[in-house]
Ligand binder design. Sequence first.
Ligand SMILES: [Zn+2]
Length: 73
Amino acid sequence: MYEMCAGHEEHGGVLVWHVMAKRSSETLCGRTLIRAVDAASAERAGHCAACMASFMKLMTAPPDAESPAVTPR
Ligand SMILES: [Zn+2]
């Protein structure tokens, strides 16, 4: 499972939702989120484009070619 985490896109940048990498404290776009953001601004935040792109790749690429998660019918 992947965890979403709100954080700034860059220092002083816009607030976005990042996707945390598995078993890592880094986001999929390679960021380490240190500061917690307040819930009100997180609610209005968009999604980190870099994280979304990596996330889509992870979702479409089977983790193990010998045991596909989805069996074609
Ligand atoms: Zn990100």
